[in-house]
Design a protein around this ligand. Structure first.
Ligand code: PRP
Length: 181
């Protein structure tokens, strides 16, 4: 399959992603041996990474999902995170692994970490596919990170622009002409 016409270039190939996701997930697998973590996917961007990630884990895991709104992200005066879909499971006493596709300003994860800790999680760690460290405005860092990337508009492997491109199996840089028109 060729590159999508709206892509300027491929940033991370399927092969690069597959290899690195396996490496990072193996690390998580070792760190959580003998535990029973609750793996929380943040909808929707994380779904592809999530599906590949959990299949590398050998301990018993429970799956759960949240949908949150990053509205207000970037503005320091913004309030708390808006929860669009909450967890089904109680996190009290649980080891929670939050799975994200990307950390940008850090607004979403800084707030989520706080929320899950307030709810009594025994531990909260973050696994992310992509990390845009230069964009950080909130004090949060991933415990497990697959790739550090520059500040470019990336799509594919779960990431979207206007809900498009999530299904692309690689990560591409979106052409400027697409979002500047
Ligand atoms: C993205 C991403 C994170 C958040 C990161 O979600 O999945 O949740 O933004 O940005 P932050 O670090 O500045 O908070 P988005 O709101 O685009 O929703 P989606 O996952 O459904 O695409």
């Amino acid at each position: 399959m060729g590159m999508h016409k709206d892509c300027e270039r491929v940033l991370l190939t399927e092969e690069q992603i597959r290899t690195r996701v396996k490496e990072v997930a193996s690390q998580v697998d070792r760190d959580y041996r003998g535990k029973n973590p609750l793996v929380v996917g943040i909808l929707k961007g994380s779904i592809i990474f999530y599906a590949d990630f959990i299949r590398c884990l050998s301990m018993p895991v429970e799956l759960d999902f949240m949908a949150v709104s990053s509205y207000g992200s970037g503005s320091v005066s913004s309030g708390k995170l808006r929860i669009k879909k909450d967890l089904d499971r109680d996190v009290k006493g649980r080891d929670v692994i939050v799975v994200e596709d990307i950390i940008d300003s850090g607004f979403t994860l800084a707030n989520l970490k706080l929320l899950l800790t307030e709810r009594g999680a025994a531990s909260v760690r973050i696994a992310t596919l992509l990390n845009k460290a230069d964009r950080r405005e909130y004090d949060v860092a991933p415990d497990y990170n697959c790739f550090d990337i520059e500040n470019e508009f990336v799509i594919g492997y779960g990431l979207d622009y206007n809900e498009q491109y999530r299904h692309l199996p690689y990560i591409g840089v979106l052409k400027r002409s697409v979002y500047e028109k």
